[in-house]
Design a protein around this ligand. Sequence first.
Ligand code: FES
Length: 156
Amino acid sequence: MGFALGATAAVGGVFTLVGMKKTWDPLPSVKAAGFTTVDLSVLSEGELRTVEWRKKPIFILKKTEQMGQSPTDIVADGSRYTVVIGLCTHLGCIPAFHKDEQKFVCACHGGQFDINGKNISGPPPRPLEIPPFAVDGTKLVLGEEGPEYKKMIEKA
Ligand code: FES
């Protein structure tokens, strides 16, 4: 009886350790989700695309000449882009792009951001965040800290 209880406890302990190890290990999907590559050449001028990177919405706007220039523009293949994490810096809602007004508007508490992601009205305390990125020709690699990203962060 004592032997049987001891053996059961030992087997239970092994299963517990295996379970704990599985909990500690990152999921395969998390490891693979570190980088997202986006082909910018498919965007038209003035078009906004939303892609997912690390479970966050990323707004990519190909700017027209009328939208002007900003130090936070990402320049790739002669075009300028606004690339920001699409989560309001107030409480994290997803702002909507109002193309006709050329701004991002957060429906939760009325926060507004300009075409470059700068907070211009309402409660958001700072601009929309810029995700780490690298430019590779017409490709944008989200999650990689390229030289353009490091330079942009230095100036901020
Ligand atoms: S969460 Fe966007 S304004 Fe409050």
